[in-house]
Ligand binder design. Structure first.
Ligand code: FAD
Length: 392
């Protein structure tokens, strides 16, 4: 009998897995239903570009029809539950889709760590609507500001999203000669925490050159409609940082739709625990991308687009293998380096094949563009990839 394969999510993990599955599956072996809350793939790792220039959106949103083959079925809907006993995926609209094999690739959601007022008052950046909202608020705040009383944009969290967001707001400020003051706040001791000091220093330098004020070692303890607060615990003075626009990119956590689903998750991050072949504690359920903590020896794969699309190639093939009863393949993350934008500039670090460990300038900028274009070409068409190059 033909197996029913279901993939949930149209990010790097879901879109990549759909393509890989379609390439690997034999005729009549399995049918694919692809479910996502959006009928497009969003190039999330470049979504910050839309903060500066919303016209970039069309380059970042790729219709699922451009990605999947006519043999597969797409269902637009928000998955609200997975019944792992009955093997059914349930959507908010009341659809119930049966599966023999399921791949969860729902990405992650923003972690607010219970910080009082943060969720209510901060923008997050996990989708195109978020980028639109930040753009609108920055534009409006700048329109109401003056050189002597500039609009204050505070970005919390100096990881990939926060650094690139601050860089885009700075680029917007310069392009429009807008009175905007930007502060990037990081609770740990340096920007891009946990990474090599060489890349941290290079990023700090680019951010400072772009006139972004950096506050490190400062944990936000509270936020209200006008300011974020630091300290304020016992024997601690509370300090205040007023803002007009607040963006929070300080961490990720698992999707709450999976909370009640009988699959083993990590205690703190609530992300699904997966083996290196993407199997989970639930029979016939696989997980990849930001949704999962994929075992890699003593460590887990990082929550990056690079890791998601690498994993997707093997996960898609594994779905086809599972359907035909073949042994599954294990996956090992191969870190090919990092390229991070600060507006029009970029910093590249540890890039495979490059003789210099950390570099900026035109080579890093072109590399950043090439990475995004290559992915877009891979999931859709070469023409689309080429046309996106200039805007990345
Ligand atoms: C601003 C920003 C910059 C970044 N920069 C980089 C970078 O430079 N390099 C890098 O490697 N990584 C970067 N990242 C991280 C990278 O984007 C993520 O690791 C990557 O998107 C994870 O891919 P994914 O497919 O697991 O999840 P996503 O890309 O988040 O995709 C999840 C998909 O699931 C869908 N979905 C979610 N919930 C449901 C539901 N309940 N029902 C149905 N569908 C659902 C979503 O709509 C989406 O289609 C950045 C992230 C951000 C936000």
């Amino acid at each position: 009998m033909t197996s029913q394969v279901v993939v949930v999510g149209s990010g790097y993990a879901g879109a990549g897995a759909v393509k890989a599955f379609e390439d690997a599956v034999g005729e009549g072996e399995a049918e694919l239903t692809w479910i996502s809350e959006h009928d497009y793939h969003l190039v999330l790792h470049e979504v910050h570009r839309a903060i500066r220039n919303p016209a970039v959106e069309e380059k970042l949103m790729i219709s699922v029809d451009e990605i999947m083959s006519e043999q597969s079925t797409f269902l637009e809907g928000r998955v609200v539950n997975v019944n792992t006993d009955e093997r059914v995926v349930e959507t908010a609209a009341g659809d119930a889709v049966e599966y023999d094999y399921l791949l969860l690739a729902l990405g992650s959601t923003t972690a607010f760590f219970g910080i009082e007022g943060l969720k209510q008052h901060a923008h997050q950046l996990k989708g195109i609507e978020d980028a639109r909202g930040i753009h609108e608020d920055v534009r409006e705040a700048a329109a109401n500001a003056t050189r002597s009383d500039p609009a204050r944009v505070v970005v919390g969290g100096a990881g990939l999203s926060g650094i690139q967001t601050a860089g885009e707001v700075a680029e917007y400020r310069d392009k429009h000669r807008a009175p905007i003051q930007i502060t990037l706040v990081e609770g740990l001791d340096e920007v891009f925490p946990g990474n090599d000091p060489q890349v941290q220093n290079a990023l700090r330098q680019r951010l400072e050159d772009a006139d972004v004020e950096i506050l490190t070692g400062e944990f936000i303890s509270k936020a209200d409609a006008d300011a974020v607060y630091f300290g304020g615990g016992e024997d601690e003075d509370e300090t205040t940082l007023p803002y007009d626009v607040l963006v929070w990119t300080g961490g990720i956590t698992g999707q709450e739709e999976l909370d009640g689903v009988g699959i083993k998750k990590h205690d703190r991050s609530n992300r699904v625990m997966a083996e290196s072949d993407f199997t989970t504690s639930a029979d016939r359920v696989f997980a990849i991308g930001d949704t999962a903590l994929i075992e890699q020896g003593d460590d887990v794969a990082p929550p990056t687009a690079q890791a998601a699309w690498q994993a997707a190639e093997v996960a898609g093939e594994n779905l086809a293998r599972a359907a035909r009863g073949a042994p599954l393949k294990s996956w090992r993350h191969d870190d090919k380096g990092t390229v991070i934008s600060v507006g029009e500039k970029a910093v590249a670090h540890d890039v495979v094949g490059m003789p210099i460990k950390t570099f900026g300038g035109t080579p890093a900028k072109l590399l950043k563009k090439a990475i995004a274009s290559r992915w877009i070409a891979k999931v859709s068409s070469a023409g689309r990839g080429v046309s996106a190059f200039a805007d990345m």
